[in-house]
Design a protein around this ligand. Structure first.
Ligand SMILES: Cc1cc2nc3c(=O)[nH]c(=O)nc-3n(C[C@H](O)[C@H](O)[C@H](O)COP(=O)(O)OP(=O)(O)OC[C@H]3O[C@@H](n4cnc5c(N)ncnc54)[C@H](O)[C@@H]3O)c2cc1C
Length: 345
């Protein structure tokens, strides 16, 4: 039996952030993930200045792909609005592995199946014993399933279905494009370029509303690919994969004795744009503080409207994080006003 003070299930942004904070406080942490990192995570990889700040990221020394968007291009029908702001893209394949390594926690590849209570702690799969347990296993988190599901049933009206693909592609438009309500889509589709020739495209929608319209996510995907072929990504070959997660619901019980749920396990993504990385990070930070400093664990305010974050960055209130990225991008490109693309390699 392997003993530890805190066992974290899942090494995505929620789990790695909790691990990072706990290790900084000298806590004995073990993190289990069923995948070996770096691993594929379906996600557009758009991050906000708040995420950069909360993770204390020094953008100039981040060792992987990071692109700064000086604007987002929002489309709806024939209408197009360039929204000046500062937002970023990363590749989750790189970002998650980097966060996990930076956390300094010991990571064991293990697919968690079963959790039992023992005294004031937990036994996982008869192999791991801990006093505190953090569920950061995403939508299908076993900690949610075994300890929280009955108390916090998920609301089917908040389930998002997505189709997405990230490919190596030498894009020429460095802006992030978002299309809303195309062909009645109850959601949006995206084109998110990544630094040095990678591109993520996808479509996401509320499953129940899509069904009520008698529509299928694949027909919306086909529509998006048609648009990309004509304008932004001619010749690109996509083969999408689907994934589902939940937007922020009531989530009343987030701590039970010494067990916590965080991130997608708790269903925290923003209601407007389905942004889940920020809420995952904030919940991971709070779970760590609840353990280290005995602070109450609540997640009432970890999810805001993403559009407010974009508006804040529009008005330059988050200038310090933005200028760091700008400096780094300028250094790499010699100053490119058409998006901030770094050097090729
Ligand atoms: C197509 C798509 C696009 C998205 N785009 C964005 C975006 O651009 N920006 C944004 O902010 N959010 C986006 N999101 C949401 C975002 O990806 C999630 O909200 C975020 O990843 C949640 O982080 P997490 O740490 O809670 O879970 P995850 O990142 O899902 O990590 C969970 C980890 O737990 C592990 N795990 C699962 N089960 C087990 C088990 N039984 N045993 C051990 N380990 C286990 C998994 O392997 C995984 O590594 C998107 C989501 C999708 C599906």
């Amino acid at each position: 039996m392997r003993n530890c003070e805190v066992l974290i299930v899942g090494g995505g942004p929620a789990g790695s952030t909790a691990a990072w904070q706990l290790r900084r406080a000298g806590v004995d942490v073990l993190l289990l993930d069923r995948e070996r990192f770096p691993r594929l995570k379906l996600c557009a990889g758009w991050i906000t200045p708040e995420v950069v700040r909360e993770l204390a990221m020094d953008l100039a020394s981040y060792p992987h792909r990071l692109l700064t968007f000086p604007r987002l291009r929002m489309h709806s029908g024939r209408w197009q609005l360039p929204v000046p702001c500062v937002q970023y893209s990363i590749r989750r394949f790189e970002f998650d592995a980097w966060l996990l390594e930076r956390s300094g926690a010991e990571v064991v590849q293990h697919n968690v199946r079963h959790i039992e209570r023992e005294g004031d702690g937990y036994i996982v799969d008869g192999e791991f014993r801990c006093r505190y347990l953090i569920g950061a296993g995403g939508t299908r988190c076993p900690v949610y399933r075994e300890l929280f599901r009955e108390l916090n049933p998920r609301e089917s009206g908040l389930q998002i279905v997505t189709l997405e693909h990230e490919i190596a592609y030498d894009w020429s438009d460095a802006d992030c494009h978002l299309w809303f309500f195309e062909q009645g889509l109850p959601g949006y589709s995206w084109y998110v370029p990544k630094e040095r020739g990678w591109l993520n495209v996808g479509v996401g929608a509320i499953a129940a509303r899509l069904k009520a319209r008698g529509q299928d996510i694949r027909s919306h995907w086909a529509h998006l690919i048609g648009t990309l072929e004509r304008r932004l990504a001619p010749g690109a070959q996509f083969d999408p994969t689907g994934y589902s997660y939940y937007l922020r619901g009531k989530v009343e019980v987030v701590r039970r004795e010494n067990a916590f749920i965080t991130g997608d396990a708790a269903g925290l993504a923003s209601r407007d744009l389905g942004e889940g990385i920020g809420p995952a990070i904030r919940s991971g930070l709070r779970a760590a503080r609840a353990i280290v400093a005995n602070e109450p664990y609540h997640l009432d305010d970890v999810t805001g409207l993403s559009i407010s974050s974009i508006a804040r960055s529009m008005f330059g209130r988050l200038a310090p994080a933005a200028s760091g990225a700008g400096q780094r991008a300028r250094a790499a490109t010699g100053g490119n006003e058409h998006g901030l693309r770094h050097g090729d390699q």
